[in-house]
Design a protein around this ligand. Sequence first.
Ligand SMILES: Nc1ncnc2c1ncn2[C@@H]1O[C@H](COP(=O)(O)OP(=O)(O)OP(=O)(O)O)[C@@H](O)[C@H]1O
Ligand SMILES: [Mg+2]
Length: 264
Amino acid sequence: MEFVVGIDVGSLSTDAVILGEEENILGYSIVGTGDSSTDAAREAMDSAAANAGVDMVRASLIISTGYGRAAVPGSGRQVTEIACHAAGAYHFFSDTELVIDIGGQDSKVIRVGKGGKVLDFAMNDKCAAGTGRFLEVMSAKLKIPLDQMGTFSLAARGEASISSVCTVFAESEVVSLVARNFPKEEIVKGLHRSVVNRVWAMTRQMSVKGGVTMTGGVAKNTGVVALMEERLGRKINVPAEPQIIGALGAALMALRHLKGAAAG
Ligand SMILES: Nc1ncnc2c1ncn2[C@@H]1O[C@H](COP(=O)(O)OP(=O)(O)OP(=O)(O)O)[C@@H](O)[C@H]1O
Ligand SMILES: [Mg+2]
């Protein structure tokens, strides 16, 4: 065996990880999903292979996950995102007992046991509030790039109160706050608070005592992470590249599958 591939086709990003036999990451990529899951999967795999300096045709097994997992060319197996985020988070932080994955269109909290096994989970996929999409809409409205939302939020002295839970109504609130010259930093912090509150509503039922790890693109938002830490009353583990954790989990499963097959 040379290497395996994990690929996570999400609503916003498609991420691929190339993993060597020792669970070592040889290369990875993050590309926009766009209109075609198949094209995005191909692009992500080619780019990760180039990054790793390997030839995709030599992959021993490709495992796909994410909402577009059925559209991945060459996929030998499909696995749920829940199991993948749990396995990927556990790989980097073995104290993980809870994973919070906030992606583009849904948010999930996963209670994790020994070895990264899924014990329980809750998911919000009914409403954009509490997801990355909500923050994308607001970043466009405020004309603040997504990757600067965290810095703005951390610089806020006070905080705007956003009372609407619905994205559309919250957007009108933002427009009116901007019109009243409310500091943008404080608006951003209020928006982050609203995301955290939504996710907290799922998290608090899990009553976890051990490590908490955040995955998915929103974990790159330092403002959301800071407020979540405040809510939890402790530090959160954030992987260096939180967006590839689902793909990493899929690749780990591919490796285990092959090793299991070889041993059995
Ligand atoms: N550099 C960044 N800084 C802050 N936030 C970011 C950054 N990059 C991405 N995001 C956030 O991450 C979200 C996308 O996350 P991710 O790529 O994990 O979603 P996805 O896996 O495609 O979606 P899903 O799992 O819901 O199908 C965006 O909506 C955005 O809010
Ligand atoms: Mg995702």
